[in-house]
Design a protein around this ligand. Structure first.
Ligand code: NAD
Length: 268
């Protein structure tokens, strides 16, 4: 159902790898709500080919960019403005990757080259995007940038290893850049802290299935789905949330405010 919530808006959506990706749902819904979008992902993810289907479904152009590469990001913002015909109203940062997690390395034994990579891909990429957009003045006034994050930035989840630090940095960049971009161009920057979600990135985490069930049990509304997350992102891209910026917003069915659930208490 469309209310044309994003009619006339131009957006860049990163991170749609396959139909499970949170970004995939955001793209479909943004298109449904009247936005014109550009899709982007790392060139390596492009070669896997799925994104073309999404581009067809959303009438979107695909502009590859490794989000750690400033030159490629500059090209992304330049071409996106050409293709979409004006400044960008919204950006979804939906990018995360940890070589330490991929290789199952425990937190106490992290490989530091991998660690740097995790932070660069999962957090500094947001700073790079914002900095490129800021210098080029590529965002429209009252534009909105949303980055996806996880509660491991605030509390320890042992299996999340170096991604916890990456998310803490990401959330801090939202606050810091949110200040500067808000002052300069009224651009808003927020992070959405999402429930565990069954995607390629999610399933890559050791013990994810058990943890997914635990979080579901301890969230009064249950885990928030990728679909619900997409709806929430759309509300943040829309003009109905125009005074919200520099926030870390929990989208987790109440998990972050729950001490313990009765179901958990009764579990032997
Ligand atoms: N799945 C979960 O449980 C969960 C929970 C909270 C937050 N998140 C966050 O949501 C975001 C999206 O993840 P997802 O769960 O949809 O998984 P996903 O695996 O579908 O998406 C991750 C994306 O990051 C992209 N990426 C990796 N390196 C890149 C690079 N150098 N340049 C550009 N893109 C790159 C991948 O190609 C992929 O499309 C991530 O930030 C993730 O940490 C996920």
């Amino acid at each position: 159902m469309s209310n044309n919530l994003l009619k006339g808006k131009r957006g860049i959506i990163t991170g749609a790898l396959d139909e499970n990706s949170i970004a995939w749902k955001v793209a479909l819904k943004a298109h449904e709500q009247g936005a014109q979008i550009v899709l982007t992902n790392a060139p390596i993810a492009m070669r896997m080919g799925e994104i073309k289907k999404l581009a067809d479904a959303t009438k979107a152009e695909i502009i590859p960019a490794d989000a750690t590469n400033v030159e490629e990001l500059t090209n992304l913002f330049t071409k996106s403005q050409e293709v979409l015909g004006g400044k960008i109203d919204f950006v979804l940062h939906s990018i995360g990757m940890s070589p330490n997690i991929r290789k199952n390395i425990p937190y106490t034994e992290l490989n530091y080259d991998f660690y740097m990579k995790s932070i660069d891909v999962s957090a500094l990429s947001l700073h790079k995007m914002l900095s490129v957009a800021y210098k080029m003045d590529a965002m429209a006034e009252w534009g909105s940038v949303v980055a996806l994050t996880y509660i491991a930035a605030q509390r320890t989840y042992p299996f999340y290893t170096d991604m916890a630090e990456a998310k803490a940095v990401l959330e801090s960049i939202c606050r810091s850049f949110g200040y500067h971009y808000g002052k300069a161009r009224k651009v808003r920057v927020n992070s959405v802290s999402q429930s565990p979600t069954k995607t390629t990135a999610g399933n890559g985490i050791k013990g994810f299935g058990d943890f997914y069930d635990y979080a579901d049990m301890n969230s009064p509304l249950g885990n928030a789905s990728a679909e619900d997350c997409a709806n929430y992102c759309l509300s943040l891209f829309s003009d109905f949330s125009r005074m919200v910026t520099m926030q870390n917003l929990y989208h987790d069915g109440g998990y972050s405010s729950t001490g313990i659930s009765m179901e958990q208490m009764e579990k032997k």
